[in-house]
Ligand binder design. Structure first.
Ligand SMILES: [Zn+2]
Length: 236
């Protein structure tokens, strides 16, 4: 099992680690890592593993079983090697801001208009939300974005905690995809954004909504009769 340090502290940019396993295709498992693996709509981190002075660029990171597998651009790492992990911080920090922004916006969409997000994909430059809505009104949606930006400007604290699974399940709306939770997971990581949002979530977040800046509504499209897709970016 890889210890996922980003679950406790999203601001860790580097750590030391030991290579525990090397898979075919330069797949590297470590005893602990700061690299976020693709999941929950959030893209993985990139960066590098460093052994001595030698760098092994990390091109993708994914979960496999209990392990987090780092794909390196070149071969050479071996089980037992001591390495330094370093993530591309600019990319990660942008994704953290995007992720917390997504929670604020979806909380407002639900509170103000009863809209439930059915799919999402975070990106460095833009993020998309899918949801169903019979009559989509662009102007009305812009008001929701304005309200999300007002909430962001309140500088709400973002707090991470861990709750026993059955306690988390009792909190209304906190566990969005209960059916997707493997039964062996006994404890859930909870993300609370001030008085606005509280949910089980494995992603990386900023500490305060003030770090997000401002959400910018980019586009809206129809993916079907009532299936909408919107994209947003961040300013600056
Ligand atoms: Zn999330």
């Amino acid at each position: 099992m890889t210890r996922a340090l980003y679950l406790q502290d999203s601001y860790l940019k580097a750590c030391s680690a030991k290579v525990t396993l090397v898979l075919e295709g330069n797949g590297i498992a470590l005893d602990q890592t700061v690299f976020y693996p693709t999941g929950g709509g959030q893209p993985c981190d990139t960066g590098r593993l460093i052994r001595g002075g030698e760098e092994f660029p990390v091109v993708s990171v994914a979960k496999a079983g209990g392990e987090i597998i780092h794909r390196t651009a070149k071969a050479g790492l071996q089980a037992g090697d001591e390495v330094q992990c370093a993530i591309d911080w600019e990319r990660r920090y942008r994704l953290m801001r995007m992720h917390t922004a997504g929670h604020v916006l979806s909380a407002i969409m639900y509170k103000e208009a009863g809209i439930l997000i059915t799919g999402n994909q975070l990106g460095v430059d833009k993020t998309r939300f899918d949801f169903s809505m019979e009559n989509f009104d662009r102007a009305a949606f812009e008001l929701l974005v304005d309200e999300a930006n007002r909430q962001i400007a309140r500088n709400l604290p973002v707090e991470i905690s861990f709750l026993p699974r059955d306690e988390a399940m009792k909190i209304e709306g906190a566990v969005k995809l209960a059916s997707a939770l493997p039964p062996e997971i006994k404890e859930l990581r909870m993300v609370r954004i001030g008085d606005l949002d509280y949910q089980a979530d494995g992603g990386t977040h900023v500490r305060n909504t003030g770090e997000i800046g401002k959400i910018v509504f980019l586009s809206a499209e129809n993916k079907g009769r009532s299936n909408r897709r919107i994209t947003y970016g961040l300013e600056p």
